[in-house]
Design a protein around this ligand. Sequence first.
Ligand SMILES: [Zn+2]
Length: 581
Amino acid sequence: MDFVEQLKSSIDIVEVVGQYVRLRKAGTRWVGLCPFHTEKTASFGVHSVHQFYKCFGCGAGGDAIKFVMEIEAITFYEALKLLSERYGIPMPKRAEYSDPETKLRAALYHMHEIAQRIYRAALLSNAGAEARAYLAKRGIEPAVAEEFGLGLSDRSGQALVREFEKEGFTQEQLEESCLVVRRQERAGYYDRFRGRLMFPIQDESGKIIAFGGRALAADDQPKYLNSAESESGKSLYKKSRVLYNLHRAKGAIRSAGRAVLVEGYMDVIGVWAAGVHEVVASCGTALVVNQVRAIKRHSEKIIVNFDPDEAGMKAAERSIEMLLQEDMTVRVLELEGGLDPDEYCKAKGAEAYREHVARAPGYFYWLADRARAKFDMRTAEGRIEGLKFLLPAIQRVPDKLERATLANDLAGYLGVEAGLVLEHFRKSAVERREKPLPDAKEPLRHVERILLSAVLASPEVRRAILPRLKLAPQLEQFTTRRIFQALFAIEESGGELRIADVQGRLDVRDQDLLSELLFADNSEEGEYTLEHAEACLVSLEQAGHEARRAALKARIKEAERAGMLEEALRLAQELNRLERA
Ligand SMILES: [Zn+2]
């Protein structure tokens, strides 16, 4: 067995997908919200017997390796490596897996590991005294600094360059790493981060893909500097895909049933140290759709807790909009005294912060306050502007009754007529519809469904049934005939049956048909066995027999009428043989 098959047979796709998507068992299948498109009702299924996933909304589908490739945005080889490491299955060192892209990325991961080691060592060395004093002043315990892998970049700008040159990284690797910068005036490179407190940024699997650096000297600009994305797009860091701390927080997000979104690294660390572990940050940029989906895979509830300054408020507004678009349940936490989350935890204590998180009000009231601050509510124009500002947010409220109540509240709050609010509402009412996981009852006939289920379920049934089924004339009328033809071909080639191989032989329509059948919930009817399949086959054969006899009789009559007696006699003999058989 080759390594890919060995890996796939030793992992369970339900477990692999379950690390990224909340799945619930429904009969013989597992279902959840698709991580690849936005939806409210689950059209995403994972099949534990045949080890594949399928989304009936957006069409995404494949095996465990494909899933990891898609969700982590990594290459095939990297997905193999990630799964083999996660499940402790040793991977053979063979060159055929390393295409140039994978080789480059492997080097980039390695460079980030080296950088992390250097930064970390520098923080703990004599040269790190000032940075350690800063951390102590910010109330970050050494154990927390270690947990978050905090480090220090050397002022000389040569620490990484020297090490990378010693390791012999190529020019392309140096440039794509975005950890060093090419000199303008002469040959060579220098370190991108110099004299900064370093925060490693990890992807969802926990691999370091970038760094954030905070200036330590007052006159160093900018205050925060992040890894860059290279122009070629080959760098590991894609800022729109990364949420700071998600790999650490995702378990807590699931068990708490909510995520807390803050602005910066320090906030994450402060809130985490206060014991609220379901905390993530958007790495200093406005939240984008991929980041929202990454959170939503673990919980639909989120509490936004940004800095209380104007920039933070604006970022919160934009983030709320994005979160609502993706159907998240949003609450906003505003802390008293104009404190950011980190400051608040330090000043008022973890317990007070946790209480605030638990009591955070719905986003709507926060937005209404924003509207009142932004627009002049004393004038009619200002009130209309305020209404327009708030309408999109109310329309996102999924519950009709709640929406009507909010519209009423809003009218009172802004001092406009309730009728006016409702009219604006009606004008832009949006109804969304989604395709739920299909039942797969139609257009499959009962016989086809039983035969296919039984045949897919066991090699014994395949051996007994497929050769006989192949001769059944009714096969031509089967909706599933191309699926069976694929099965005949695989059975004849003597290969093991893998759903991916069957799918590979089918066009998209038949692939979907097969997926639907596999995801159909047959739990009430139970598993189909050889006996069921035999019974179907016998009834098909009898019906076929009957049809052939009827056809022969008709032809005999026709021959007699036409006076072709010799032909009629020959057909009568054939009918005789058939009836005796
Ligand atoms: Zn989908």
